[in-house]
Design a protein around this ligand. Structure first.
Ligand code: 5GP
Ligand code: ZN
Length: 112
């Protein structure tokens, strides 16, 4: 069993409000939303952060970035959204499984 929280969410061992799944990624609501709509998109594969991305991940990340606007629209964010990707202690990353934050639907807190 992994001790990575987001791997455990991926594997259904920790509950989360999952809003989207495909072969590359999973999206679920952030437990402490900083905007009216705030969800996280993770690659299924455990990648710690952008420092851990390899050349072989380029297509995977491209496909995830193609999925993000579709997921955002499915959550009502037709007029746009903010995407945040924290990397390492200098980026105040808390969970070391790479994740895109997607925020929208009104005022944000904490990402200004
Ligand atoms: P980071 O600071 O690593 O970029 O962001 C981690 C995010 O994960 C935070 O916004 C935090 O609220 C969210 N988070 C932490 N633990 C959980 C959890 O158990 N479930 C969900 N759904 N989100 C979590
Ligand atoms: Zn993980």
């Amino acid at each position: 069993m992994t001790d990575c929280l987001f791997c455990r969410i991926r594997d259904g061992e920790v509950p989360a409000e999952i809003i989207y799944k495909d072969d590359d990624c999973i999206a679920f609501k952030d437990i402490h939303p900083k905007a009216p709509v705030h969800f996280l998109v993770i690659p299924r594969r455990h990648i710690e952060n952008l420092f851990d991305v390899a050349e072989s991940d380029v297509e995977l990340l491209g496909r995830i970035q193609l999925a993000i606007p579709q997921i955002a629209k499915s959550q009502g964010l037709d007029s746009g959204f903010r995407t945040v990707l924290n990397t390492g202690p200098g980026g105040y990353q808390e969970v070391y499984h790479m994740h895109y934050h997607v925020l929208g639907g009104g005022q944000f807190t904490g990402f200004n």
